[in-house]
Write a new protein. Structure first.
Length: 132
């Protein structure tokens, strides 16, 4: 009876891990910038919105050149670095590099926490752009 119980526990544990895997890297591509009313956001407005959104989530965001920002998030022993390209019409968030996030360039996979961080950053940017 004890062997059967141990076998069943092992089988359940094995099956539960089959669905787990390293997810593909999540990038945000060509996200439209919607501004309320008839207004049109300037490049500076978009940049400030991205800086506010990232700063509120602990991202360090620096301007590389007009229309290109670099975001760095450092949590414990993990670091994620992204490129945020933007115009007055749209923006994109693209993976650049990471530390301790199990990034695999061959399969384009990464630790699942990374994808959550990017999704949160994207939502925060949308909120800040909506306030323009």
């Amino acid at each position: 009876m004890r062997k059967l119980l141990l076998f069943m526990i092992a089988a359940i544990a094995t099956l539960s891990f089959l669905g787990c895997g390293t997810p593909p890297v999540y990038n945000v591509s060509s996200m439209s910038i919607a501004v309320s009313g008839d207004k049109k956001a300037s490049l500076e407005d978009v940049e400030k919105a991205i800086l506010r959104a990232g700063g509120g989530l602990g991202w360090i965001i620096k301007k590389e050149k007009p229309g290109v920002l670099k975001g760095t998030l450092i949590l414990r022993t993990h670091t994620a670095i992204v490129s945020i390209k933007h115009t007055t019409e749209e923006y994109s968030i693209t993976y650049e590099s990471s530390v301790n996030l199990n990034y695999n360039a061959e399969s384009n996979t990464i630790h699942s926490n990374y994808n959550g961080w990017i999704q949160n950053l994207n939502k925060a940017i949308q909120v800040q752009l909506g306030l323009l």
